[in-house]
Design a protein around this ligand. Structure first.
Ligand SMILES: [Zn+2]
Ligand SMILES: [Zn+2]
Length: 329
């Protein structure tokens, strides 16, 4: 596949820092749009010339979860074989089985999901990780109830997508939490009804007050103990705290079982928002094209591959929603 645009996601930074893939050399990048240039023998979908968005969680179709009709829970997603190699013949590992910080990549047919060619590549690529992760969390992993109050902790591209999902599900109150004032301003544009600046200390009281006692769901897009504990602490009785942000290896969290017992809360983790790319990429494209999903606003900057180090530095400083690497056709 020829890559046309690829977003720079936190998971790439995690992989770059050696946080979850032990095998170097590694080709980073997993949030991409492109055009199919060649297909293997027997592949009927996608076809040569199709515009596609890559999917790092393509269900295998054959495991217990897939056969039980829960493909979003598939533990063994499809990956391309044969594996890619470096110029001197060494195996090249790839982030989430994709590797898109390159002009071309080779993927499993099931990982390339056709989307309308009219989708601008710089926004189509975002569907492939951040957007479906966030919107999916609000639609599927812990569906927002119409009229309810929810809280979103961490307002990067994923958090903004949870906010949009909550708005699509008609939440009455969407409380955005971040430590950066600029991101809170943006959160209002994505549909947050209230914002809480967590840089001044524990925001639990403020969130609970805004939500009239507590939220029915709190989405942690950061993935550290402090934010997940915060998510649990702002839920009303029977609420759900959702872990979306990927914790670095060997992260542990202390939890008061006594408090947890009395909240009757649900603590839940999700990959990719429990989304299903073949169903959801076209759905999200439709929402975007009808003006019901903001994607252009997620792109902080477009750049060339040579600016990648700067993009990672800006991400670490919390200055971007998404940097998108563009390739010329
Ligand atoms: Zn499976
Ligand atoms: Zn990602």
């Amino acid at each position: 596949m020829r890559v046309t645009a690829t977003g720079v996601c936190h998971t790439d930074l995690n992989a770059k820092n050696g946080n979850f893939v032990p095998d170097f050399p590694i080709l980073l990048g997993h949030e991409a749009a492109g055009v199919v240039e060649e297909v293997g023998e027997g592949v009927s979908k996608p076809r040569v010339g199709d515009t596609v968005v890559l999917n790092w969680r393509a269900p295998c179709g054959d495991c217990r979860a897939c056969l039980a009709g829960r493909p979003e829970k598939c533990p063994t997603p499809a990956v391309a074989r044969p594996r890619m190699r470096t110029r001197d013949g060494k195996p090249l590992s790839r982030v989430l089985g994709l590797g898109t910080f390159a002009t071309h990549t080779v993927v499993h047919a099931a990982q390339a999901v056709p989307v309308p060619a009219s989708m601008p590549p710089e926004v189509a690529c975002l569907l492939g990780c951040g957007v479906l992760t966030g919107v999916g969390a609000a639609l599927y992993a812990a569906p927002v109830e119409a009229g309810s109050s929810v809280c979103v902790i961490g307002c990067g591209a994923v958090g903004m997508s949870v906010i949009q999902g909550a708005r699509l599900r008609r939440a009455a109150r969407v409380i955005a939490v971040d430590v950066k004032a600029a991101k809170l301003d943006l959160a209002l544009r994505f549909g947050a009804t209230d914002v809480v600046d967590a840089s001044a200390g524990d925001p639990t009281k403020a969130i609970r007050a805004l939500a009239g006692g507590g939220v029915s769901a709190a989405y942690d897009c950061v993935g550290i103990p402090a934010t997940l504990q915060q998510a649990l602490s702002v839920c009303h009785e029977g609420g759900t705290a959702v872990l979306i942000g990927m914790p670095v290896p060997r992260t542990e969290m202390a939890l008061s079982l006594t408090k947890f017992f009395y909240t009757r809360a649900t603590l839940k983790a999700t990959f990719f928002g429990d989304g299903l790319a073949t169903r959801d990429f076209p759905l999200l494209c439709g929402l975007y094209q009808r003006g019901e999903l903001k994607l252009d606003e997620l792109v902080t900057r477009k750049m060339g591959l040579g600016d990648l180090d700067e993009a990672f530095a800006q991400m670490e400083r919390g200055e971007t929603l998404r940097s998108v690497i563009m390739f010329q056709g």
